[in-house]
Design a protein around this ligand. Sequence first.
Ligand code: PHE
Length: 337
Amino acid sequence: MSLFKKVDDLRSEFMQALASNPALSDLEQIRQNFLGRKGVINDLFKKIQEIEADRRGEFGGLINQLKLDIHDHIEARINEHRGEEKALSSVDVTLPGIQVERGTIHPIESTLRDFKQIFHRLGFSVAEGPEIETQWHNFDALNFPPEHPARDMQDTFFLKNDSVLRTHTSPVQIRLMLEEKPPIRSIMPGRVYRNEAIDAGHYCLFHQVEGLYVDEHVTMGELKATLELFCREYFGESVKLRFRPSFFPFTEPSSEMDVSCFLCGGQGCRVCKQTGWLEIGGCGMVDPNVFKSVNIDSEIYTGYAFGMGIERIAMMKYGITDIRLLFENDVRFLKQF
Ligand code: PHE
């Protein structure tokens, strides 16, 4: 084998040794094998006598170049290793960490979660419906007469093709009764929209939780008992509940519900406007006309329904005085919960 070829072979042998990513101690061993006094490069130098005189200069140059290259490669690798070591040792695990800003649960969301949890224990499942509704689901099927003032431009956001932004969660009752056969026992949380002047107490969107129970022999007594249980769970043992006669097209009889003010214990304060009572929603027995529009036989089935405003309840519970704060998502406000 020509000695010239031997130089090429040594070069590839070295590159192969490097390719296996040798550790620092192995690199030292490789350096010895190639560049050491008894290394293969020196051996090759000794054979220079065997080359014909006029090519000895060329041969010596090649070996020198190989020697330099090997030296450079090994130095570069050693530096890489040292850099890694340094990077590792520069991590000071005793330094305090960087503070990460944690989010909190929005007061509306946490109120909704509390509602769902309590009604879950009372046997209610959770149903949802679309926020863009047909006028039929939002009004007609719920027994609103065509000229009912709630359809007025002042309250309802009308959309194209006979659609509206739902003004309450009651249309989900309709969807549920069309889909399922009684017994039905569900709550329906969600956003609703009203075209109202915005102030501390009113916003163009808010949340409601609707409740519906349809079965044979459902009574107004059960409605009262269920809501009383709920209120005691949510507001506390000492809370009192008051039902005031009212009117909704989709319930008969209808009633408004108030709880005794849990801030002043019914003594009268700024939040309850000195009345001792806080209004939390509406309720009543499902009107037979509603059953008719969803093909449920009102001779066999009865039902009750209720609807509560989440913002009002959250505002009372957390002492929030302006509804707009709940929609601005200012972290300085949200951080407090
Ligand atoms: N949908 C009524 C409202 O938005 C509330 C309600 C629901 C009343 C169910 C009675 C029964 O005001």
